[in-house]
Design a protein around this ligand. Sequence first.
Ligand SMILES: C[S@@+](CC[C@H](N)C(=O)[O-])C[C@H]1O[C@@H](n2cnc3c(N)ncnc32)[C@H](O)[C@@H]1O
Length: 276
Amino acid sequence: MVNDDPEFAPDLYRGVAELYDEFRLPYTPALITQLLDDTGPTGRVRALDLGCGPGLLAFVLADSFAEVWAVDSEPDMIDVVRSKIANSGIRNLHPVGAPAEELQAPEDFFDLVVVGNAFHRMPRRQVAERIAAWLVPGGHLALCWSSSPWSGPGDWKPAFGELLADWQHRLGADNQVPADLESTRNEQPDEAIIEAAGLVSTGRRAFTQPHAWTPGGLAGFIYATSFLPITIFGDRTSEFEVDLAGRLRPFLEDGVVIDEVSYAYDLFSRPVPADT
Ligand SMILES: C[S@@+](CC[C@H](N)C(=O)[O-])C[C@H]1O[C@@H](n2cnc3c(N)ncnc32)[C@H](O)[C@@H]1O
């Protein structure tokens, strides 16, 4: 299997999983409700959250499925999933530490596979073919996405973007994310790769939700990214937070800046053979 997708380092989220769980925004409930509506789980079927991180999707899907697998390649993320399971009483969540391209799962097994903000980090062709085999006929794949606070409209965004670029440079963190990621995805879109694996696109659903960020909330979000993770700041987090507060000061109202967060999912289905 040829993989010409750019490769991410395998440990980009080491040491940030708890911050990720605390500071990254949950998917808007409107997205979850619509996804369940579009895919119609009976409550007796299985779901897989691939590249689950601390399980933002897996935990909210648990009520609607008999069993949900939460799979991630980074051990720290799976440790957080395990501790949340222990503290929540949820018993139908099955955490697995494995890369998507090595996961052992039966064929024709899952009714829904979700991949939240993670498909672009995986060897897409290989993973799409594996997902197509894991899905039952008529099952669905949803690539879920949410926007980041440095993108989209907002008078404070240019100042925030400059802050991040400055700190990437200061910390020598310009190469955390592969430089050719966007060009590769533009040349070989996710949809084409997934359809080549035998799934059929059924379209995109998009949502927005306002969010009020405090400077502390934005700092936490940044510390939980793979391009400026807290682990590369060393003893400079206070310096970063003072700089962040200073650059946002002209835009703060009641201590917050307002964002319009975008959420979306791209939905695909595995065709049902004509003779069944
Ligand atoms: C941006 S986080 C998304 C986490 C969560 N799904 C969400 O929606 O917030 C990307 C996650 O994908 C995981 N990941 C990256 N490559 C992977 C792979 N090949 N197999 C499994 N997980 C992978 C990372 O460890 C990380 O937890």
